[in-house]
Design a protein around this ligand. Structure first.
Ligand code: PAF
Length: 285
């Protein structure tokens, strides 16, 4: 696998592949790779002629400077793991490489994140999805991939990038299942900051989602009651819950809690100490 240091070089590399008539997949990452990312890479490599990954800790999408600073970084390790799982090229770069003339992120104009940024992550992390959409558009324009692969763990992000992809019109979004630890905890780069006790505590997030799924299977369809089922489970643990909500994944609105849903996505955000964790589960599958 080849590791390139700038998006300009990556763009040239991708263009050459496309000129050969090859299909191209992109897996956007912020590095600190775990099995969840590597499954995206494996699938992207299997379904396309070439697989490219970006490694860039995007300052535009962090609300807290401390979270950005604490984000784990080890590009050499990441590049090695990507190569082992079938990635052909990875690229990185500085903020000024991605947005020429803008070494200071504060000067970069953000895209409107679109309707799917409303509520939940959008409400708790103001500006986050504008930052995500802005960098993901830049990554798509750099590589012009046929397909781009994202993990379902960041469910609302997948809606925002699908909306972006519809606007751009050349890239198909492929969403892959969340990869979990044996205790149910969704894999995340942030898990590296949890000690063994916090890791065990954090498994309560999946137990709460699973309880909502069980309630759904038993016939419960009311949005508010399904959310209460999750909150009741979470109340038995030590995490600081930011939200535990249920939404229709195809009609992204925070309607009345009394609504009866036909499709349901349960979503949770909670903090274990200073580490913010998110997870979600489709209830009607
Ligand atoms: O999911 C992530 O790691 C990031 O939000 C992404 C898509 C790489 C954009 O920086």
């Amino acid at each position: 696998m080849i590791l390139l240091q700038t998006p300009a070089e990556a763009s040239t590399w991708c263009q050459a592949r496309r000129d050969e008539g090859l299909t191209l997949a992109l897996v956007p990452t912020m590095g600190a790779l775990h099995e969840g990312h590597l499954r995206l890479v494996e699938r992207a490599a299997a379904e396309n002629d070439c697989c490219v990954a970006s490694i860039f800790v995007n300052p535009l999408q962090f609300n807290e400077r401390s979270d950005f600073d604490a984000y784990p970084r080890d590009t050499e390790r990441d590049a090695r793991m990507l190569g082992e799982r079938g990635c052909d090229m990875a690229f990185t770069g500085s903020i000024g490489d991605f947005f020429p003339g803008h070494d200071d992120p504060a000067t970069i104009e953000r895209l409107d994140p679109g309707p799917y940024a409303e509520g939940l992550e959008g409400a708790h992390r103001p500006g986050h999805f504008a930052g995500v959409r802005t960098i993901v558009e830049r990554l798509f324009l750099t590589c012009r991939p046929d397909r781009a692969y994202f993990g379902q763990k960041d469910f609302q992000q997948t809606l925002v990038v699908r909306d972006l992809a519809r606007t751009l019109g050349f890239v198909q979004i492929v969403v892959c299942p969340t990869v979990r630890e044996t205790n149910g905890l969704a894999m995340s780069s942030r898990n590296a900051r949890l000690d063994a006790a916090a890791r065990a505590e954090a498994a309560i997030i999946f137990r709460a989602l699973d309880a909502a799924r069980e309630a759904w299977r038993n016939g419960e369809r009311r949005r508010g009651i399904l959310a209460t089922v999750m909150r009741d489970v979470l109340a038995g643990g030590t995490l600081a819950v930011e939200y535990a909500a249920v939404r229709d994944p195809e009609n992204w609105q925070a309607d009345d809690p009394a609504d009866r849903l036909e499709r349901a996505q349960a979503l949770i955000a909670a903090r274990a100490g200073s580490v913010r964790l998110i997870d979600n589960l489709r209830l009607d599958e």
